[in-house]
Design a protein around this ligand. Structure first.
Ligand code: ADP
Ligand code: MG
Length: 231
């Protein structure tokens, strides 16, 4: 497994301002955060690397020019076999936003267990240094800005308080047909990102972190999208 330092150095050497999604997930995995099994294939006609995955899978376009893959038509979930994967890649390759971009391949990954979508992120405050953030996904973050921040490094009690601060915290217990989300699993990821041995404190090259979403079921939390801006 490539170390986080090597992943960051390789991106810097390539003149990149961000880790690609697979490298971002490898960095999280090295810190003990669960990520889906992920491979990258060159195109619809060469799916060999995906043979080791268990269906259903997700396909995502890999491009340094595309920040929001769904907006570009570059995400397909719930694909049940290789034929569906090939068809999804062919469809993506026809999307105008994808045709206009430098495409480095297509990421194929296993589906995370169903759960609630949260966001865990980080940024550097000029005065206080790294900050870690958590919010409930979707409209909770985007419309209601229901998020909690702390200065790193955080300890367990801080992670607990961050979750309690969220106005939507009750949703985590399961409501309106949503499954309950493991509070323990969320706290664990918060510590792995914002704790003393966490991603933000250990790697000062990381200027911004965005796990969006972290999919949290009753007993697991899986980071299915990860973006790290490096300086
Ligand atoms: P982007 O944010 O660039 O549009 P994401 O990688 O976040 O793309 O994927 C978009 C959405 O697809 C996610 O918010 C999530 O709902 C779903 N998704 C992505 N990857 C997985 C996965 N491995 N398992 C289950 N759902 C996924
Ligand atoms: Mg995302």
């Amino acid at each position: 497994m490539t170390s986080p330092q090597e992943l960051i150095k390789a991106a810097q050497a390539a003149g990149r301002k961000a880790l690609d999604e697979r490298s971002g997930k490898a960095l999280l995995a090295a810190h003990g955060v669960r990520v889906p099994r992920t491979v990258v294939v060159p195109g619809a006609k060469d799916l060999k690397a995906a043979a080791e995955l268990t269906y259903p899978v997700v396909v995502k376009v890999v491009s340094p020019d595309i920040l929001h893959k769904s907006d570009a038509g570059g995400v397909a979930v719930g694909l049940k076999n290789a034929a569906e994967v090939a068809a999804a890649i062919e469809r993506m390759a026809q999307q105008p936003a994808i045709q206009a971009a430098r495409v480095e391949g297509y990421l194929v990954e296993e589906m995370a267990p169903a759960g609630q979508e949260l966001v865990i992120g980080g940024l550097i405050d000029p005065q206080f240094g790294p900050l870690v953030m958590v919010g409930l996904g979707g409209i909770f973050v985007e419309v209601l800005a229901d998020v909690a921040f702390r200065i790193c490094p955080i300890e367990r009690i801080d992670a607990e308080e961050m979750l309690d601060e969220l106005k939507g915290a009750a949703v985590l217990k399961g409501a309106r047909g949503r499954p309950a989300a493991s509070r323990e699993a969320i706290i664990d990821v918060l510590l792995k990102v914002g704790g003393a041995n966490g991603v933000l404190v250990q790697h000062p090259e990381i200027k911004e972190a965005d796990i969006n979403p972290l999919i949290v079921s009753a007993d697991s939390a899986v980071a299915v999208d990860a973006r790290f801006i490096i300086g």
